[in-house]
Design a binder for this molecule. Structure first.
Ligand code: GLU
Length: 384
């Protein structure tokens, strides 16, 4: 079967890589994954790996029994473990004739547009050269402020960066269940999520395993980034043989699939919405404005605005929410928050009066070229 030039991101969590709570990376498992990736390549499907496990592997090598608590200790463990992780991948993939390339990123690398574009070019060059890019957060240098924080989100940002068709989060769970399967024997696997609604978010609960940073909530946040960027996303059990093929062929029971948005936004809008930073505030708009933005691709005009939250300046990233609180877009504002307050609800003709100035900076609060529509609802970092 040919996969028609598909590009996929495969994310491996720490417990998947170690097979549970152990400190050693599972060579047999990584080998089976390498066999799957090699087979897919022969069928015209290119993968990029996002791999956790550095801190855990480092703990083993440094003889630490418990997860380090201080930042320098974590960074030291990551430094030792990352090397070991790459050495193991390099060794295993060499048997399949595939060179591996390490790509360590932090949020800052993605926030800055020039560095973002540069990272994309590096991925393209690695793939063109036949190498397998293996991504992790640059834990050794990343401080809290510049971290992405979890590899589910990082993998989704990479999917958005490189125009991936699918993101496959390999985990120690089979997917998203309607209730916690550890407690409820009759919990059902949700196989298809068309839209991320508050009830989907409620099913994700809040808990993670002790090993990885990512619980279900970070996976749902990742799904929002991936699907809004035009990529489908899977949560699937990494230990199932042939799991990558099962996902790509949409074999029933293979996991939970989050359907991508109908249209893939431009690269700049994807960067704007997800990588450029966190929104500084929000404008609340009425339902006709929401329709004009979502269905007609219009710019956001003051007339449709009914409220403002937070304090922001001209040029900053803000969220756009409707009156129910559903955040459905992000964009760069042409007005500071106090001016949006003054012109909220004003028609274009009365803007200067409402603003109390002779000349107005713009007819739009957010121009359509700087507006990205989102799929789903509130993510943790989409704070307003
Ligand atoms: N970057 C971390 C590591 O390699 C893992 C982060 C995560 O699992 O979300 O150890």
């Amino acid at each position: 079967m040919a996969f028609n030039s598909k590009r996929i991101i495969v994310k491996l969590g720490t417990s998947t890589l170690t097979g549970g709570e152990g400190l050693a990376l599972d060579r047999v498992f990584i080998n089976s994954l390498a066999a799957q990736i090699t087979q897919l390549r022969q069928e015209n499907c290119l993968a990029i790996l996002v791999s956790s496990g550095a801190i855990r592997a480092g703990m083993g090598l440094l003889g630490l029994r418990e997860k380090p608590r201080t930042i320098p200790e974590k960074q030291a463990a990551a430094s030792v473990g990352q090397g070991a992780l790459m050495a193991l991948y390099g060794d295993i993939f060499a048997n399949y004739g595939i060179p591996v390339g390490q790509v360590l990123l932090t949020r800052d690398d993605l926030k800055n547009r020039a560095r973002y574009v540069n990272a994309r070019n590096t991925f393209e060059a690695l793939l063109a050269a036949g190498a397998l890019p293996i991504v992790n957060e640059n834990d050794t240098v990343a401080t809290e402020e510049i971290r992405v924080g979890d590899n589910d989100t990082l993998a989704a940002l990479v999917a958005s960066l490189v125009d991936a068709d699918e993101l496959i989060l390999l985990s120690d769970v089979r997917g998203l269940y309607d209730r916690n399967p550890a407690i409820h024997a009759d919990a059902h696997l949700i196989e298809h999520v068309a839209k991320i609604t508050p009830s989907i978010r409620a099913m994700a609960g809040g808990a993670g395993t002790s090993a990885g940073t990512g619980g279900m909530l970070t996976k749902i946040a990742a799904a929002e980034i991936a699907t809004s960027s035009g990529a489908g996303m899977w949560i699937a059990n990494g230990r199932r043989p042939h799991i990558l093929r099962e996902c790509l062929q949409k074999t029933p029971g293979s996991g939970t699939f989050f359907a991508p948005a109908a249209a893939r936004p431009s690269a700049r809008k994807r960067w704007l919405a997800w990588a450029s930073g966190s929104p500084r505030g929000a404008v609340i708009v009425n339902i006709s404005a929401r329709r004009a933005l979502e269905e007609e691709g219009r710019s956001l005009l003051p007339v449709g605005v009914v409220g403002v939250e937070g304090a922001f300046s001209v040029g900053e990233l803000i969220s756009v929410a409707d009156e129910t609180g559903d955040i459905f877009a992000r964009g760069l504002t042409r007005y500071a928050s106090e001016d949006v307050q003054r012109i909220a609800g004003a028609s274009t003709a009365s803007l200067a009066t409402a603003l109390g100035r002779e000349t107005i900076p713009s007819h739009e609060i957010i121009h359509r070229d700087s507006l990205a529509l989102l799929q789903g609802t509130l993510t943790p970092d989409r704070a307003i």
